[in-house]
Write a protein that binds this ligand. Structure first.
Ligand SMILES: Cc1cc2nc3c(=O)[nH]c(=O)nc-3n(C[C@H](O)[C@H](O)[C@H](O)COP(=O)(O)O)c2cc1C
Length: 513
């Protein structure tokens, strides 16, 4: 049985799913059913429906659109310092410039690529995204910003503009007094599901982790603090922001600080413009597994006691991290995913590796970050002073524990679904998520937080690698159970949730800044 639901011009095709089934999938069932194996890939060969490819840009049509000033000042604080918690101090005169700067260095278009065979040109952004499909949308509320009307906005990256969805004093208060700027990051799962099918929910969550850090670090580089909330009632937030039903609220980020240019508050009535969301594809094929896991990870129980992350030690003490003077502004806009890395003999230094690992170990400011859920395993190929092998990072002690020795290039590439870049990198990573501990603390909602944390760690690695003259790539595709077997991980030790690679990138001639 199947039925269709009309949403504006769009047709959603539901192949035999009713609401009754929506709550029946647990995080475990979803995770198990979306594991890659040689068998699963053979069973489900994927052909892309190019005609139906979703538009990576959402517009709310029919609303006032406010310009964000072009070329906002570049945050000059070195990015490695920002990653280590140092706040920048860019003097900003007014609200529009503040918002422009914040978004230009976190979510804007920063480059483009041209496909040589077809001439097709597409945009790349400051925040990375699996398949460059960009499921994440940025909505924000403002209150009391100088020379900027209070209201609810949606960021339009294609034009670096803000769509005004409501004017006036909407309030969202999460902790103490209301913040002057509150972001809600949403996911449009269809954008990812179009290419990646059921596994796409994982990538939406990683992308939120990347977008979160892109925004939080941009805010810090401008001189303000941010705090992320993952614990909120999804339906209420979706209603308050009048989100289109294909957009799911995932993360709320409050920004505060004396660098936000403020004016005297004024009271005014709320006027809703709403806007008509643009049609992303001619036809949207619904994905019951993703609907179910989204439903399962909606907040059901408040946090209970979070158990601390396991502690351990290794025999290799990491040296003082390498330094870099490259500014946040320059690095954030230059960051790119390497298509592949130069293999051969070119190595990276242990101090560079130390700097990248130190960036990942800095605390996160979020209501789900009381304890870390991700542990890093490294496949070391070419790091000066470190013999090739597999290592586990113990971040509290800045130590590496060697758990395998020997050349790992074939293993790292093979485990990453045969992607050469994981073998050609200087170092590749498996991020092992303690899903069981997260779920004990937060219920099925914890499934989101583990993936947010993985994406957030990945984002810090991207920026640290770029600062040091290296390149990086997030890798969402890996053979799950093969990784567990290779690393000798029992289920209670955690499960692989993300791969990553760092090295010397091959030049990409399709790229223009
Ligand atoms: C969660 C995630 C998973 C990704 N997985 C892969 C992957 O498996 N293989 C790959 O080559 N690139 C992967 N990428 C890199 C994206 O393809 C890249 O971010 C996108 O094309 C945009 O390019 P940019 O990062 O240079 O902006 C991934 C990126 C993210 C954020």
């Amino acid at each position: 049985m199947s039925f269709d639901v009309k949403i504006g011009q769009q047709v959603r095709i539901y192949p035999g799913i009713s609401d009754a089934h929506l709550s029946t999938m647990t995080w475990r069932e979803y995770h198990e059913s979306t594991k890659h194996s040689v068998e699963s890939l053979r069973r489900a060969p994927h052909v892309l429906d190019w005609v139906n490819m979703p538009d990576p840009f959402r517009h709310y049509e029919g609303v006032p659109v406010l310009d964000l000033p072009a070329d906002p000042p570049s945050p000059e604080t070195p990015v490695l310092e920002v990653l280590h918690g140092v706040a920048g101090a860019t003097p900003i005169r007014d609200g529009p410039t503040f918002l422009s700067q914040l978004l230009f260095y976190s979510a804007a278009i920063s480059a483009s690529k041209r496909v040589p065979s077809t001439g097709y040109q597409y945009a790349l952004r400051v925040n990375p995204s699996s398949g460059n499909l960009h499921p994440t949308e940025f909505h924000f509320l403002t209150k009391g910003l100088k020379e900027w009307p209070d209201g609810l906005y949606h960021y339009r990256p294609s034009a670096h503009m803000a769509e005004q969805r409501a004017l006036g004093g909407l309030e969202m208060k999460w902790a103490g007094s209301p913040a002057p700027v509150v972001f809600v990051l949403t996911s449009i799962a269809w954008r990812e599901a179009w290419k990646y099918g059921d596994r796409a929910y994982r990538y939406c969550l990683h992308d939120i982790g990347h977008a979160w850090q892109a925004l939080a670090l941009s805010a810090r580089a401008i001189g303000c603090n941010s705090f992320a909330f993952g614990q909120f009632p999804d339906d209420e937030v979706a209603q308050l922001y009048r989100l289109h039903e294909d957009e799911w609220p995932m993360l709320i980020l409050e920004l505060r600080g004396s660098s936000i240019p403020m004016r005297e508050p004024n009271a005014c009535e709320t006027v809703w413009y709403d806007g008509r969301p643009n049609q992303l594809s001619k036809e949207i094929t619904a994905n019951p597994s993703i609907d179910r896991i989204f439903n399962a990870t909606k907040l059901s129980s408040p946090e209970c006691c979070t158990e601390p992350a396991p502690a351990g030690a290794g025999e290799i003490k990491l040296p003082s991290p390498a330094s870099s003077t490259r500014s946040f502004g320059e690095v954030a806009r230059m960051r790119r995913s390497a298509l592949d890395f130069l293999g051969g003999t070119r190595s990276m230094s242990l101090t560079q590796l130390s700097a990248i690992l130190a960036a990942t170990s800095q605390p996160f400011c979020a209501d789900f970050a009381g304890a870390r859920f991700i542990q890093l395993f490294l496949y070391v190929h070419r790091v000066d002073g470190l013999e090739p092998g597999v290592y586990r990072l113990w971040p509290e002690r800045s130590e590496l524990e060697q758990i395998k020795s020997g050349d790992q290039r074939v293993a790292a590439a093979g485990l990453s679904l045969g992607q050469d870049l994981a073998g050609n990198a200087c170092v590749a990573f498996s991020m092992i998520g303690d899903l069981e501990r997260a779920v004990r603390a937060y219920g099925d909602r914890g499934y989101r937080y583990v993936h947010f944390e993985a994406g957030a760690i990945g984002h810090r690695m991207y920026l640290a690698a770029e600062a040091l003259g290296l390149g990086a790539t997030g890798i969402g595709a890996f053979y799950d159970e093969a990784v567990h077997r290779y690393l000798n991980l029992a289920p209670e030790h955690g499960q692989v949730v993300y791969h990553f690679a760092v090295g010397h990138p091959v030049p990409d001639f399709r790229l223009s800044a």
